[in-house]
Design a protein around this ligand. Structure first.
Ligand SMILES: [Zn+2]
Length: 270
């Protein structure tokens, strides 16, 4: 019984994963992510239902487009598989008893998935383009407002902290708008800060601390690998361009830390 539910969650996960790849590809181009038909980015051929089954289409078509035989990048496939696995791990981490389902856990699981969706799309776009898309940030903000309202119905004491977070976000949005008007490129930093506040809303203090440690660690390691690979320094945080996708690292770290701490909390490992 439980196994069937987790298999279903895996399939939901890979469908979300294929939506993430589509969103990462289309949002920076300003294309519609809901009703526009899927197409091959190489030959623009419309894709049929059989071409759009996540993971399986990739395997059966031999990692190639059915129409133009162009190779499909394995990262789409990887993101779908990883989404499926993380969905299952995240669901298991709540230690749900299927004979006596607690609504609270289900709500947290659902909101968590909506929150992770924002993080994955932000991470993907940042990795490809070194930018944070405002529309995705607003979506994350929307999910965090729902989370705050739900959280307040359980523990009213949180209200004061939430008011401060929201005030902080509004201030950052005004700042961001100011930078945009003056056509300064610094808006990446203010958007990164907005992202951080959204994370603080969803995370406990420990989660934030471990997220930051993991982020710095993985940035350090990736810089080291780059250096070994091509012997020239890659981090140049000058006035021109930010080359390290900070948002990517912090989003991925946050997802990993939340899943691990969830496991430790609900399985009483600490
Ligand atoms: Zn094609």
């Amino acid at each position: 019984m439980e196994a069937i539910i987790y298999v279903m969650i895996f399939f939901i996960g890979i469908y979300f994963g294929s939506f993430f790849t589509l969103a990462v590809y289309r949002i920076p181009k300003g294309e519609n992510i809901t009703y526009k038909h899927s197409y091959c980015p190489n030959c623009n051929h419309k894709l049929g239902i059989l071409d759009l089954v996540p993971v399986f289409s990739y395997l059966f078509l031999g990692a190639k487009c059915r129409y133009c035989k162009q190779k499909i990048r394995p990262r789409y496939f990887l993101l779908e598989i990883l989404s499926g696995i993380s969905f299952v791990l995240f669901a298991i981490s709540f230690n749900i008893n299927f004979l006596n389902i607690e609504i609270h856990k289900i709500v947290l699981l659902g909101l968590g998935i909506l929150y992770f969706s924002a993080l994955v799309i932000i991470a993907g776009i940042d990795k490809e383009k070194r930018e944070i898309q405002k529309s995705v940030l607003f979506y994350g903000l929307f999910v965090s407002v729902i989370y705050m309202i739900y959280s307040c119905t359980i523990n009213y004491n949180n209200v004061y902290a939430y008011v401060i977070y929201l005030a902080f976000i509004v201030a950052l949005l005004i700042l961001d708008n100011y930078f945009l008007k003056r056509k300064l490129k610094e808006s990446y930093l203010t958007q990164l800060l907005i992202l951080l506040v959204i994370m603080v809303i969803f995370s406990t203090e420990y989660v934030i601390i471990y997220t930051i440690i993991l982020t710095l660690l993985s940035i350090g390691i990736s810089i080291l690998i780059e250096k070994i690979k091509n012997h020239k320094p890659t981090v140049k945080i000058d006035n021109k361009q930010i080359k390290v996708p900070f948002a990517f690292y912090i989003c991925v770290s946050n997802i990993i830390v939340i899943i691990i701490t969830n496991f430790m909390y609900y399985f009483k490992l600490v």
